[in-house]
Design a protein around this ligand. Sequence first.
Ligand SMILES: [Zn+2]
Length: 276
Amino acid sequence: METTVYLIIVDGLRADFGRRYFAGINRWLKEGKAAYTTLRSGLPSDSRPSYALIATGVDGSVNTITSNGSRQRCPAPNIFGLARQKGLRTGGAMYHWWSELFNKTPFDPATDHRQYDLERDIQDGYFYNSDETPDEVIFAKAREIRAHSRPHLLVIHPMSVDYAGDNLGGAASAAYRENCIRAGELTHQFIEEVMAEEPGAYFIVTADHGARDQGGHGGDSDEERLVPCWLLGPKVRPIDEQETRDQRALAPTILWLLGLAIPPHMTVPPLTHLFD
Ligand SMILES: [Zn+2]
C-alpha cells in the first residue's frame, strides 16, 4: 500500500507554546496516539533557510539558502523532487517562498498562486504571498489539493502564528497565544478528518522556527530555535521524549516513511526510533 505523508508546518510556532496551546494534538499524545520530540532549527532561525533545511535535510552551508533574501532556486535535492522522481505525487498549500525555492523564481503573483504542473517539484500547489492570509484559507486550499490530486506528500503551511510573533507583539502577546490556539484547532480538525478517511496516513506537525517573547526571530536562543514536532500514524510509537533532535532529521524521516532512499548527503539520521 502506498503511504501518504501530511506535513503541517505552523510558521513561527515555538516549542513551549505548541506544548501549551495545541490542545487536541497534545491530548492524542497523552492518550498514546502520537509521538513528540523537540527539534532545533538551523541558523539563522528565519523562514526561508528553515523551509530549505526542512525540505533538503541540510543547512544553508550546503543548500545555499542562508537568509530570507536568498531568492535563488535551491539546488540541493529536496523531498518533493525526490518523491516526484519516483512517481509519487506532491502538493502544498504554502507561502510563496516555497515556490521560489523548489518550483520557479521569482514568484509572479499574476500566474503563480495556483500551479499544477507534474514537471515541477511541488506539483499541485497553492502559494500565497500575503502574510495575513487566514489559516482557514490555507487549510481549505490543502483540502482542495488533496481532493484534486491526492498527493503522497502534502505540505500545509499556515502563517498566522508567525504574523503575530513578528507584527502583533511577539510571543508574549495575546495575539500570538490566540493564533496558536486557533492554528492548533485547525490542525487537529484537519488531521481528525483525514485520518477518518485514510487510517494509513502519517502526519507530522512542526514549525520552521520559534519566536522571541518581545517579537522576532533569527538568532540562536531556545525561544527562536526550538520547535515542536508531533508524529501520528499507524506505526508511530507513543513516545513523548525529552531530548532535542536536529531539524535536519525531518527530510530523511519523510523519505523513509514514503519508502524512498535517503541520499547520502543527508547525514542526520531519520527519527526511526519513534516508529515500530
Ligand atoms: Zn517562518
